[in-house]
Design a protein. Structure first.
Length: 89
């Protein structure tokens, strides 16, 4: 299985404008986000990795870029952001 990096701009372009806000907030709070596409025999799969203050989280594999993929990442990453950032910060 081969993995290729996917630019974060491509991930953001696959989202409706209002859905990119959570991802941009995570980046402002210091999270690091990367995306890869995996070439599998049954087609492409996308995975997002996020690093917060306490470690790395990984989404499950998704068939396409978009809201489901980012929502999966944010559900895993948000607890780290809330735990180490003061309200309003």
């Amino acid at each position: 299985m081969r993995e290729d990096p996917v630019p974060l701009s491509e991930v953001l372009m696959a989202l409706p404008v209002h859905e990119g806000a959570g991802l941009m907030r995570a980046l402002r709070l210091g999270a690091t986000v990367t995306c890869v596409q995996r070439h599998r025999p049954d087609g492409l799969r996308f995975v997002l990795y996020g690093q917060g203050t306490t470690g790395v989280v990984r989404t499950r594999e998704h068939r396409r870029l978009g809201s489901d993929l980012v929502a999966d990442l944010m559900a895993r990453l948000e607890p780290q952001l809330h735990r180490h950032c003061p309200p309003g910060g």
